[in-house]
Design a binder for this molecule. Structure first.
Ligand code: CP
Ligand code: NVA
Length: 335
């Protein structure tokens, strides 16, 4: 990293309200492309700082709350480790331990927590729930996954693709399997960054149509494209990155047998991967189920970048925290 880049990261950035950014991070679609570009740069600088052992305590004195209604390994641990590395502290709140589980409203909980904390990461089912948290809280609310989307994953994945492929604009990303929350965020991110995204999903398991429609409009301005189809080979053809995710997302367990049957032709295996470019990278947000959506040979094979991808959650989420909490965004509203 150049001295200039280091200096740039050390400069406190102006608070989002002066940059026209939103208080919350609920979807990638709502983030201006310029802010995504800044996040990508900041994540790279923060990663270099960590690799070089340079201190980067930009968020000393802040407390990040994490309220998770679903299990998590990567999101929880990378946010908790990330805020620690930035000099702040984290507080994990299990939805079954706080009064929410006894019927206290989101409105009351959000307004009270806003008096104690500097930001909240929420993982929940219904996207409308995280929107309600964002409306009620006076502090930034970060979406740590809903049924609709997984923006922190999508932003981290943009960072990984750029790191591995040297660019985003013009890069072809293929996604095969269930058109789920991760697929929706990848569509939004790809459209913002001028990428060509091509999805192969069976009928009934397509990504969210509203997200696709909005992303197509966005892509017209960025030079990106969004192709949707049922054929996994067509989706993967000549791709620079091939991505898949679980067939049974959290909360969909009752649909397991139907899903395994419908999605079986979409397994990411060596045969399917041959349709991609020879230097294509293989991506998966993890957790993965070897033998279902991806074979062990591909997940653990030479083209797989899944561990770097998981590591990059840490660096991108630190960039998100610095961007949303840095310099004066704390202690606003309701205090
Ligand atoms: N990829 C991801 O979000 O993993 P976790 O469910 O473990 O947080
Ligand atoms: N689509 C998966 C992502 C897990 C990180 C799920 O929602 O369970």
């Amino acid at each position: 990293m150049t001295g200039r880049a280091l200096k740039a990261t050390r400069q406190p950035s102006p608070p989002p309200h002066r940059r026209g950014g939103g208080k919350d991070l609920l979807t990638i679609g709502a983030i201006p492309a310029s802010r995504i570009v800044r996040l990508l740069r900041s994540a790279r600088e923060l990663k270099t700082m960590r690799q070089r052992g340079l201190p980067h305590h930009y968020l000393t004195g802040t407390t990040l709350g994490l309220l998770f209604e679903k299990p998590s390994t990567r999101t929880r641990v990378s946010f908790e480790a990330g805020i620690n590395q930035l000099g702040g502290k984290s507080l994990f709140l299990s939805a079954t331990d706080i009064q929410l589980c006894r019927g206290e409203s989101i409105a009351d909980t959000a307004r009270v927590l806003s008096r104690y904390l500097d930001a909240l990461v929420i993982r929940t089912d219904d996207h409308a729930t995280v929107e309600e948290w964002a409306r009620q809280a006076t502090i930034p609310v970060i979406n740590g996954l809903t049924d609709l989307c997984h923006p922190c994953q999508g932003l981290s994945d943009l960072f990984t693709i750029r790191e591995k492929k040297g660019a985003l604009n013009g890069v072809k990303l293929a996604y095969v399997g269930d058109g789920n929350n991760v697929a929706n965020s990848l569509i939004e991110g790809a459209a913002k960054m001028g990428m060509a995204i091509s999805l192969g999903c069976p009928s009934g398991y397509e990504p969210d149509q509203r997200i696709v429609d909005v992303a197509r409009v966005e892509a017209e301005h960025t030079g990106g494209s969004i192709e949707l189809g049922e054929n996994p080979q067509v989706a993967v053809k000549e791709a620079d990155a091939v991505y898949t995710d679980v067939w049974v997302s959290m909360g969909r367990e009752r649909e397991q047998s139907r899903r395994l049957k419908a999605l079986a032709p979409y397994q990411l295996n060596e045969r399917l991967l041959k349709y991609a470019r020879p230097d294509a990278i293989v991506m998966h947000c993890l957790p993965a189920y070897r033998g279902q959506e991806i074979t062990a040979a591909v997940l653990d094979g030479p083209q797989s970048v899944v561990l770097d991808q998981a590591e990059n959650r840490l660096h991108m989420q630190k960039a998100i925290l610095v961007e949303w909490l840095g310099c004066g965004t704390r202690r606003t509203g309701g205090r």
